[in-house]
Design a protein around this ligand. Sequence first.
Ligand code: AMP
Length: 586
Amino acid sequence: MSMDGVIVGIDLGTTNSEVAVVRDGRVEVIPVSGNSRILPSVVGIGDSGTLLVGEAARNQYILHPERTVRSIKRRMGEFGKVAMGENQYTPQEISAMILARLKQAAEAHLGQTVGKAVITVPAFFSDAQRQATREAGEIAGLEVVRILNEPTAAALSYEKRLDSARKLLVYDLGGGTFDVSIVNIEGEVVEVLASHGNNHLGGDDFDRKIVDRALEHLEGLHKTDFRGMPTVMARLQRAAEEAKIALSSAPFVTLSEEYLSEKDGVPVHLSLEISRTDYEEMIGDYIDETMNAVHIAIRNARLSVSEIDEILLVGGSTRTPLIVRRLTEDLGKVPRFEVDPDLCVAMGAAIQASLIAGTGAPRVLVDVTPYTFGISVLGYLPDGMEYPKCFAPLIRKNSPIPVSKSEVFTTSHDGQTEVEITVYQGEHPDALENIEIGQFLVTGLRPLPQGENLVIVSFSLDLDGLLRVTAREKETGLECSIDIERTIAPLGQEELDRSRERIVGLIGEGSGKFAEGAAPGSSALSERIRSLRERADRLLAGSLDGEDREDLIERVSGMIDQADGPEEELLKAAGDLEDLLFYLEA
Ligand code: AMP
């Protein structure tokens, strides 16, 4: 495919920015420094007077705030200038430095000049803010062919075909901003119905809560306030963000920083354990605020909760499990998160760019687990009855792989020295309704009163479907684990076989009908039906899975159902199948 006049898609974010492109029908997010595809939206003047953009600028922020600028997106559309080192710059100029860096990365990656871009902005951006974004593009040497709303871009990254009318709620929580939008998709038209949020709420606030906790802890121990010490603060801030990210997949984390400072000639070390439960309490009010905004946005779109078809997650902070839990509880639907929440806006912008360039609608390919994996635990049924085989999911269906998650469980009776870990695959709240895929016994636990011994169970699933399950006694580190191989493939295979049988049965049945030549009005039509069935068969015999497989089965059955019906219905069903085949075979 010729890349002449390539148009890139850019997510120019408050905290981070990304650039993506569609090549050979695939969306690629372009590496900007080393392997990293994420460029911190920070600009600065380095020690030697050189311009720094991205990671390097971010790293010097705490030490040299006077010559570093971050979160410039919040100033877009304003008239004032910002100081950086000796000089003053307009917000457009600072943004242009970020855009120029992305343009350069794209050119290096593609081996050609890049002159055009689709750039995304929040749905609530005013005309002045959009205009400023265009100007930033021009300064960076990019013709901005479209300014695209971020929630629309996110929707584009998820929706392979914009053919069914749906209403999406896009929950976007980044490093420093939060917004929620209600998006209506109808035909090719994507419209933002309502948008609400807080321009000063995000993951940075969560980091700050952890930093505060660490400072309190240090103050308790050393009777010193370390707030005024930039190097200590810089280290704490970095440690806090790492801890926060770890808490998204583990129930406990230890912040540990050696030689943070000195007090009366004695070195100050930090070692502080934080549990996910503590952390969730620290950020609870922030999450409540976002949930209020969700309900306001739904109301402003004149919809009810039940009219929302899907929830999409955007922004790195949406990896926080509490957010997924609260959205699921409040809206009665599990949010979708299979497209990387940091990258989906840039991907959507690239898809829009490719539509504008006329290079067609590509697909975003992600490796996700088709099943939920978890263990059985003693719990309570909805009617309040105690039940020993409740399913506790650890890795959820549709999680991008590789993935690791751990949760803490407690012993259920006094003096318990053994726990049996039974691993299941499935979606049912009753573990026994799911498929058991492994079991092991952890022995030698310390006998303690019920609920006092904490056992951390970790699941780690790799791209080959190898699931490693580990159980560790928290206090002693005593550990047992098993490897369960081909969790995705063999069981998946069984299911594939079953559905293949089902569909072959259907096709066989249909063949009978078609063979009589009664339904298809013309031999050209029956030839077309036959060839469509063959093409479908080929795909079903292959590795097609998930939603695509279901769609295909549905459309083949749809066509077969019309075999005896009116010819125009049959033609329509054949057309539907053909469209899908076209797309799946691409
Ligand atoms: P964004 O502005 O969308 O790039 O989001 C960046 C924010 O997401 C930062 O505050 C990150 O610390 C946060 N973040 C990234 N990964 C995770 C994670 N696994 N859990 C919680 N927050 C995360």
